[in-house]
Every structure is written in C-alpha cells, then in structure tokens.
Design a protein around this ligand. Sequence first.
Ligand code: GAR
Length: 205
Amino acid sequence: MLRDKVRIAVLVSGGGTNLQALIDAQKSGIIKSGQIVAVISSNKDAYALERAKNAGIPTTVVARKTHHGKEDFEADLIRAIDSAGAEVIVLAGFMCILSAKFTKKYENRILNVHPSLIPSFCGEGFYGLRVHEAALAYGVKVTGATVHLVNEIPDGGKIIMQKAVEISEDDTPETLQKKVMREAEWIILPRSVELICEKIKEEEK
Ligand code: GAR
C-alpha cells in the first residue's frame, strides 16, 4: 500500500519534552516522511498529554496502575496502537519495560530514546534522572543520548544514532539531564524517526 506518510504512535509517561521535539520537527519539516497519529500515555497526569492536545493529536491513556498484569496492560496498548493504524512506535520517555511478545510483534518498528551513551548506564533500573546520577557518580567526563531499536533486552536493540555531551565540574543530575536533552535527545530522536519512516516508504516502492 502506498501512502503519503508513515503513521507514528508516540508512547509517553511524563513531561513529554521529547514528544514536543517530535511535534516541532514535524512542523519544521525535519520529519517529513511520517506523521504522529496517536499519543498514548501510561500515566493520566502526564504533561505530555497537554502537549499532544495543544498540537491537535488524539490521545489515549493506558495506565499501568489500572491493569492487573503486564499482559492486560500490553493488550490495551496494542489496541490503541493498532486502532490508530500506527506502523512506527516511538518510546519518548515511556517508563515501562515491554515484553518479548510485544517487541516481536513490532520488530524493527519501535524506537526508544535513552539518556546515555549505550552500553553505559543502561538496562533495567536506569531511567530518567537515575541515569545522570549514575554517570556523575562514576565520574565519566562525556555522556550523551542514544536512539535504538527496541527488542526483548532493555536498551539492547540496534543503535540508530548517538550524540555525545560533555560533563562539567559543576553539573548536577538535574542540569545534566537538561543538557543531554537539549544537546542530544531533542536532536537525534526526530532525525532517527525520519530515518526509519523514510526507510519504510523506500521499501514499499
Ligand atoms: C528523557 O530524558 C528520556 O531519555 C528518558 O526520560 C526522559 C523523559 O523526558 N527515558 C528513559 O530514561 C528511558 N529509559 P520527557 O518526558 O521530557 O521526554
């Protein structure tokens, strides 16, 4: 089936600055091969939902808390993704680990942004501010962000893009988090999304 744009679902849990970067990239034309058709949040209070509404993107809440088990939760996620007709799934600050069954279903179609240079400071337990706390505690002088494909191993899928960020003496976990977002995540996530959408369109020709 040939169509203009690849349909994208963005999965979020929190503030949604990466979602905002994707929305802005769509407006500015950095993302031109895809279109965000759904924002799905695991948290009903996520500010990311406001950002989606402001951009006129349909939202769904699939709260982890209101589901008994992971299977139940993922079944609802799948329903929301498939009913939006999404082919690409972007995890943009989505704080739930997905099962092998889920990642197999969308093989090579799920992207995640992680706030370190994988394989450092990644895997289970490394998310959000904790990643930056760990980088500072270790004393590394360079960190960054990684966009990768999602498979059954947490943060273990094929790397698509990385960008390094220098750490200063006076960085705190909070200042480092902001710096990594601004200098790396918000740049490489939209570019990676465009890359994967472009590739999907190319394969269909
Ligand atoms: C981002 O720094 C993202 O890389 C990180 O959480 C933050 C979400 O911010 N994700 C992970 O740690 C996943 N392992 P946002 O909601 O403002 O985009």
